[in-house]
Design a protein around this ligand. Structure first.
Ligand SMILES: *Cc1c(COP(=O)(O)O)cnc(C)c1O
Length: 508
């Protein structure tokens, strides 16, 4: 079976879906996530062949293995990739910087996209894919038939909303509605979302909490009539295309590292990834499975530590409530993408490779998680997880401390954002356990510090000579505060009111 064939993690049926199907569907109808049924493995010589490719060329090589040419022909795929990364401010797209040469810690900066967050790497591509597939479908229908459109509806506590908006702005046949809680997102995040001029973008400031916003979105998704009329779509982290787009920087940074340290240094390579929904690090798992020589993928969590607890105790168990931490983009109860990893491990442990049986087992674990709030994985699955992954949990206090320590120690006073700081803290703690320096660490930096001004200021305000405006805030973000905002105020957290606004805006 070709690698470009997909199935749901929870399905006990024969299934073979195309890349286009899974991108446009998002979540499988049985509640599972889409996975390629086999992970392509690379020929031995791939490092020599690929090591000098630029980011876009590498993205093409990798994506080509997961997307059939009937879904997207070569030339179109190249154009989509070029377009998606032309919006980045750095020619390398995701540059690798030396953070601590002595401890062999390198920082992979993923925040040079339009909204200064790592989610841009995937969402810039996803927006172009939506437009591409809709256009392709609309070419097949006659003029009189209604054109296919998609209405993306999402809730955000700040970070994801702007990345989604910048991914979808100005795209043909796509409208996007982002709900956020009034007064509860940071001023910069609100400015980023509401100053976009494209008429297909709509921001709704809802009087209520983030949970209220999310409930409204869920209700809209559950409304079949509404969906039939307006084709409601999602761009959350469960979309397979996001995982795929994120694989590129694992390969790219590996080659960058070889150039920085010399490929002859022969040391192990470990990736350290600030994790929430497990989407970012899962792309690293695919890269490792394809043959990238990675020793370990290290999960760095904040105090919402379900992943760290799983690796330690083998039990996947949600805690009672989500904790609001200094790294809000990682505040989750359950890491949705973890289920994709489990599916491969479960299948590997069956006496014969049986996709349907793996789906059946995973489905029973997920039902247990839903009803009891936890499940215990087979010992063999836990063992496999421990051979690919390691983990560490970082508190708010340690996050602040790390931002300050790195600023103090770094020759050019590097300012970390709180999410990236969790990764760096974890890299430092692993480096300390390895005094012989047998490993190089690539620590993923997932956001620009300007996006989390409050926490960064908390860490650095007392430091003499530090100025947020001067040292952290990019001019481009500074300029947003003078731009005109477009917001629909929703004075009550009511699904009816939100639907009314959506219908009204779509009519315009
Ligand atoms: C989304 C996000 C993360 C977590 O990534 P996952 O793919 O959910 O694990 C980490 N840092 C930042 C800044 C993010 O926006």
């Amino acid at each position: 079976m070709s690698s470009a064939s997909y199935r749901s993690t929870r399905s006990a049926l024969e299934e073979s879906l195309s890349f286009e199907d899974v991108v446009m569907t998002g979540l499988a109808h049985d509640g599972g996530l889409f996975v390629p049924s086999s992970i392509p493995t690379l020929d031995k010589g791939f490092i020599e062949d690929w090591k000098n490719l630029d980011f876009q060329q590498l993205a093409f090589k990798i994506m080509r293995l997961y997307i059939s040419t009937t879904d997207i022909p070569d030339n179109d795929l190249s154009i989509l990739i070029e377009k998606s990364y032309s919006t980045f401010r750095e020619p390398e797209v995701t540059p690798l910087k030396t953070l601590d040469a002595d401890k062999q810690i390198f920082l992979l900066e993923l925040f040079h996209g339009p909204t200064y967050a790592f989610k841009d790497v995937a969402l810039q591509f996803v927006g172009n894919l939506f437009e591409y597939f809709l256009e392709k479908r609309n070419k097949l229908v006659s003029e009189e038939t209604k054109k296919q459109r998609i209405t993306v509806v999402g809730a955000t506590s700040g970070d994801t909303g702007s990345a989604a908006i910048y991914g979808l702005r100005g795209k043909k046949n796509v409208s996007v509605f982002i709900l956020y809680p009034t007064g509860r997102v940071s001023p910069i995040q609100e400015e980023q979302m509401t100053t976009v001029e494209d008429l297909n973008v709509h921001t709704l400031s809802v009087k209520g909490t983030f949970d209220d916003c999310q409930d409204i979105v869920k209700q809209i998704f559950g409304d079949r009539d509404f969906d039939k009329k307006y084709s409601v779509g999602a761009v959350n982290s469960i979309n397979w295309a996001r995982i795929l787009a994120q694989m590129t920087y694992y390969f790219y940074s590996y080659f960058q590292l070889m150039k920085l340290v010399g490929s002859s240094d022969g040391k192990k390579v470990r990736f350290v990834v600030p994790s929430g929904n497990f989407g970012d690090i899962l792309a690293g798992f695919y890269a490792k499975s394809m043959g990238l020589p990675v020793d370990k993928l290290i999960i760095a969590t904040n105090e919402n530590d379900i992943l760290d607890r799983f690796l330690k105790h083998g039990r996947y168990e949600r805690s009672g409530e989500v904790k609001a931490t200094y790294s809000p983009a990682m505040d989750i109860l359950i890491s949705s993408n973890f289920e994709r990893l489990l599916w491969y491990y479960i299948r590997q442990n069956l006496t014969k490779q049986d996709d349907k049986e793996a789906g059946r087992i995973l489905n029973s674990w997920m039902s247990q998680l839903k009803s009891d709030g936890s499940f215990t994985a087979d010992a063999s699955v836990v063992e496999q997880a421990r051979s690919d992954f390691d983990s560490n949990r970082v508190s708010d206090e340690e996050t602040i401390e790390t931002i300050k320590n790195i600023y103090d120690a770094h020759p050019s006073k590097y300012v970390l954002d709180p999410h990236s700081a969790i990764g760096v803290r974890t890299s430092l703690s692993f480096a300390a356990k390895d005094p012989e320096r047998n490993a190089n660490y690539i620590s993923l930096a997932t956001a620009h510090p300007a996006k989390f001004a409050e926490v960064v200021d908390k860490a650095l305000l007392a430091v003499e000579g530090y100025s947020f405006e001067r040292d952290v805030l990019p001019t481009e973000l500074k300029a947003l505060s003078t731009k005109k905002k477009r917001i629909s105020l929703v004075d009550e957290a009511s699904v009816e009111k939100v639907k009314e606004i959506i219908v009204e805006k779509l009519g315009e």
